[in-house]
Ligand binder design. Structure first.
Ligand SMILES: [Zn+2]
Length: 600
């Protein structure tokens, strides 16, 4: 760990976790606790809670839990140090990493700096350089004016070999590390993109991480007959992962959260078209198919995902994967009803209202696929209808839910004027869906109630129990770990952290749950003693059984065993009496002695 625990604690305490989480989840206050809909699992009633004072969140539904750092890690898919950095930046705290620490991080920072410079340079060229006139004119024909170009920071890569590399004096390492260029066979530095309109790609926080370039039509075929690819994107680099990145998510985020809907396009210009038509919630994949990682990112922001592909492309999406992701990430995938043969960019220019309608009237993914099969059917003949029925049932069979399939069977029967029973007989068994990734493990059942209650007191009313509890009171392994962590750590969040770092994720989750699960009233001294008495009884009885075992194994003399048992039982009886305190103290001593005897 390159960053000191002090600094971690400092970042944590400087972070308002309610404000942080409110950026993506609508939180309502109830008492000292805040609650809202869990971003990690789909739900209709809030089971996600945040404890502002301790800086922890916990979901009673899926058991997602943690502190601000964990939150940033999970929702932004960052590692610990990067999450900490992000929070430090947010809080205006400067971290002092060891001089030799994080060379990779330094390198990434350097690449980000270079990318940022390059994006500004390309943008400047587009906006003011005479040779960019062709690009500006091209963009105008696509309905993109200066304001839009500024908003998306579009750029122009001139038709030169090394304009960027030379102007910014980029090193070989900078070029290859960012994918902005390379060293050619004649050992000269060369730009990766030329004669292209540049679409910078930002991370969700708005930092440039890559660029995509579209060739201008007049440069598409080179003098030597070479045909340039229409789009060329940055390769994978230490700062850019295509699998994870969604173009324009940084711009779309606010509207996506507000509307609960995210529109996924195929191209950068489609995204811009949606923004211009007033739907500022469109993103695009960057030269790769929509995949699992994209879903993981999107589900943090919206539950309704609308694919705005042209119909053929949408029809070709791997249905089995889409259904699997819908289930796994609890999102609903729809397909926009774009007129055949149009893409969003041209529709936005011709008829923005139609583009908006296509999103409003988007069909569920299965409904869309069915629609396509039926649209091609010949309803006039019995053979045509039978063929359509077979195709439709094959499409239906891909969906994992019988309930969903059945609703569509009825619709298909109706449309094709066939009876439902006949149609059902065509239905083949669906292929077994791939196993859905494991949810966080369920809580260990039967956590002993007195132990849980005692820890809840230790968290919420430490002054009442701290001096009275000892580790041997906790027979349950999870609870004992939590107790030890709470006693050793200087704060509750760092106890959670410590448990996680040691791999005791179960215990960390239980502790987080205890933290948000506040006491419903202040406990009187008597109530506290009652909780402790139960806890002690259970621990003492277990130890008496161990003593009986020792006796049978002849590890203690019968006399000693009997007098001990008598003494201990006497004190158990006194626990909730006026002599309770003394009895409790004796039993503590006895259990501690037994613990030192039996531990190696
Ligand atoms: Zn949850």
């Amino acid at each position: 760990m390159a960053i000191s625990d002090d600094e971690i604690a400092q970042v944590r305490s400087a972070t308002d976790i309610v404000a942080l989480i409110s950026e993506t989840v609508a939180l309502k206050r109830s008492g000292r606790r805040w609650s809202g809909l869990c971003p990690f699992h789909g739900e209709k009633t809030p089971s996600f809670s945040v404890n502002a004072e301790e800086g922890l969140y916990y979901c009673f539904g899926c058991r997602a839990s943690g502190d601000a750092i964990k939150w940033v890690r999970e929702t932004h898919h960052l590692d610990f140090v990067d999450a900490l950095r992000a929070l430090a930046d947010r809080a205006g705290i400067e971290l002092h990493e060891d001089a030799n620490a994080g060379p990779q991080r330094k390198e990434r920072q350097e690449f980000m700096r270079v990318m940022d410079q390059a994006v500004s340079w390309y943008h400047e060229r587009l906006m003011s350089s005479p040779d960019a006139r062709v690009a500006r004119e091209y963009l105008k024909t696509r309905g993109i004016d200066g304001n839009v170009a500024r908003r998306f920071k579009l750029g122009w890569a001139p038709d030169e070999w090394d304009a960027l590399a030379a102007s910014l004096k980029l090193s070989e390492k900078d070029l290859s590390g960012t994918g902005l260029g390379f060293v050619n066979s004649r050992d000269r530095r060369q730009d990766a993109l030329r004669a292209r309109v540049i679409f910078p790609i930002f991370d969700p926080a708005g930092k440039a991480i890559a660029v995509g370039g579209r060739i201008l039509p007049q440069f598409a075929t080179r003098a030597d007959g070479r045909v340039e690819a229409k789009y060329k994107n940055s390769p994978e680099t230490p700062i850019y992962s295509k699998r994870r990145t969604l173009y324009a998510l940084n711009f779309a985020k606010d509207d996506v959260i507000k509307s609960g809907e995210i529109i996924v396009c195929e191209g950068y210009t489609d995204v811009i078209a949606f923004f211009q038509a007033g739907m500022e919630r469109a993103v695009a994949t960057c030269g790769t198919a929509l995949g699992e990682e994209h879903f993981k990112t999107m589900r943090n922001f919206a539950k309704r995902i609308v694919l705005a592909y042209d119909a053929d492309a949408a029809g070709q999406s791997a249905a089995a994967s889409v259904y699997q992701w819908e289930r796994q990430h609890e999102v609903d995938v729809f397909v926009a009803r774009l007129p055949e043969g149009t893409d969003p960019a041209e529709l936005a220019q011709r008829d923005p209202e139609a583009l908006r309608r296509s999103i409003q009237e988007a069909l569920p993914f299965l409904g869309f696929r069915l629609e396509r099969v039926l649209a091609g059917a010949n309803f006039a003949t019995a053979e045509g209808r039978a063929r359509a029925a077979e195709l439709a049932m094959a499409v239906l069979a891909e969906h994992p839910s019988e309930l969903v399939r059945d609703q569509y069977v009825m619709e298909v029967a109706d449309r094709l004027r066939l009876d439902v029973a006949t149609l059902r007989s065509l239905a083949s068994e669906p292929r077994a869906p791939e196993r859905v990734a494991a949810r966080p493990t369920p809580p260990p059942r039967d956590l002993p109630r007195p132990g849980v209650e005692a820890l809840r007191l230790l968290v919420h009313a430490p002054e009442q129990v701290r001096e009275r509890l000892i580790a041997p009171f906790f027979e349950n392994g999870y609870l004992r770990e939590i107790y030890r962590a709470l006693i050793a750590a200087r704060s509750i969040p760092s106890a959670v952290d410590e448990l996680e770092r040691e791999g005791h994720e179960e215990s960390a989750a239980i502790l987080a749950q205890l933290v948000v699960d506040e006491l419903d009233h202040e406990y009187s001294a008597r109530e506290v003693s009652a909780v402790l008495a139960q806890l002690i009884r259970s621990a003492v009885n277990q130890e008496l059984r161990a003593l009986g075992h020792d006796l049978r194994e002849a590890r203690v003399t019968p006399e000693l065993a009997q007098s001990t048992m008598r003494d201990v039982k006497e004190r158990l009886d006194l626990l909730e009496s006026v002599h309770g305190d003394a009895a409790e103290a004796d039993l503590r001593t006895w259990l501690l002695e037994r613990a030192t005897l039996t531990s190696p």
